[in-house]
Design a protein around this ligand. Structure first.
Ligand SMILES: NC(=O)c1ccc[n+]([C@@H]2O[C@H](COP(=O)([O-])OP(=O)(O)OC[C@H]3O[C@@H](n4cnc5c(N)ncnc54)[C@H](OP(=O)(O)O)[C@@H]3O)[C@@H](O)[C@H]2O)c1
Length: 264
């Protein structure tokens, strides 16, 4: 059996797929969460906050492997710096990190870039903090998860007329498939930056929304808008896509059939 594994973000969308897979692989799993939880299904929970730098040392002590999935729209650099500092003190043997396709290709320069695409800058900074930590590491960049595309579609289609960023495409991937790959990497040796994982199809944002509306039996007017800034230009050029790494199997249509049509 490998040593105890700490999963940050183990309660999140991705983490909820990763944790049971690690348990099924026979590993001892500890999850860091900002909210106190009882031990359940053989998983221990430790309370802490990566941004406030609270409870991290207790979480990492005794965990040889750290799977770092916690994240938000802002501050992944600071959270990662705090985690890595504690992990180095604890002598961790492997840090596995989930980043995003395009982190290295989407320039976050102006206020407009930061407002719309600042997330990519935080992910790149967090990647660099891990690579420079002196700890053995593995980083996997994924495209947007189907779950996030669904959340975005649900929010946007509340409007009767929907402004849709022109020329923006996505290559959504199944969260469970990303989780399976992360578990494989976690149980393997530190590998540095590994090949991206991306969904099977590239769609324009308008097509993703139309497919969702079709599944819901709804109609909306979609109005193209042009986003300003260098980051948006890079995204229109496909910086957030990895067509040569379309290794995911579950399509957006297949995901919607399971998630939306089954709720209808
Ligand atoms: N969603 C996507 O399309 C996508 C694509 C590529 C990469 N990623 C990356 O995948 C990772 C997981 O994404 P997700 O969609 O699963 O996120 P999510 O559902 O929003 O979950 C976020 C997780 O982070 C934890 N967290 C947030 N702030 C924290 C803090 N200050 N201290 C400790 N824990 C904190 C939360 O735990 P508690 O609430 O229990 O504290 C929760 O488990 C992120 O790093 C994200 O950047 C996401």
């Amino acid at each position: 059996m490998t040593s105890r594994i700490l999963v940050t973000g183990g309660t999140g969308t991705l983490g909820r797929h990763v944790v049971p897979r690690l348990r099924d692989a026979g590993t001892a799993v500890r999850v860091l969460s900002r909210h106190a939880r009882e031990t359940a299904d053989g998983v221990d929970y430790v309370t802490g906050d990566l941004l406030k730098d609270e409870g991290i040392q207790a979480a990492v002590n005794g965990a040889g492997i750290i799977v770092h999935l916690a994240g938000g729209r802002k501050g992944d650099d600071e959270a990662t710096r705090n985690l890595v500092r504690a992990a180095a003190r604890a002598g961790a043997q492997h840090v596995v990190y989930i980043s995003v396709v395009g982190a290295d290709r989407i320039p976050v320069v102006s206020g407009a870039d930061r407002a719309m695409f600042g997330y990519f800058g935080f992910k790149l900074a967090a990647e660099q903090i891990i690579a420079d930590s002196g700890l053995p590491w593995t980083t996997l960049r994924a495209t947007q998860f189907h779950d996030l595309s669904l959340t975005v579609a649900e929010q946007m289609t509340k409007l009767p007329v929907i402004p849709v960023p022109a020329g923006v495409r996505f290559q959504p991937v199944d969260t469970g498939e990303v989780a399976a790959r992360l578990v494989e990497l976690t149980l393997g040796s530190p590998a540095g930056l590994v090949p991206d994982i991306a969904g099977p199809e590239v769609h324009s944002m308008a097509d993703l929304l139309r497919e969702y509306l079709r599944a819901r039996g709804a109609r909306r007017l979609l109005v193209p808008v042009r986003l300003p800034g260098q980051a948006a230009r890079a995204v229109r050029a496909g910086a957030n896509l990895a067509p040569d790494r379309a290794v995911g199997h579950r399509t957006w249509e297949g995901f919607l059939a399971d998630r939306v049509l089954s709720d209808a």
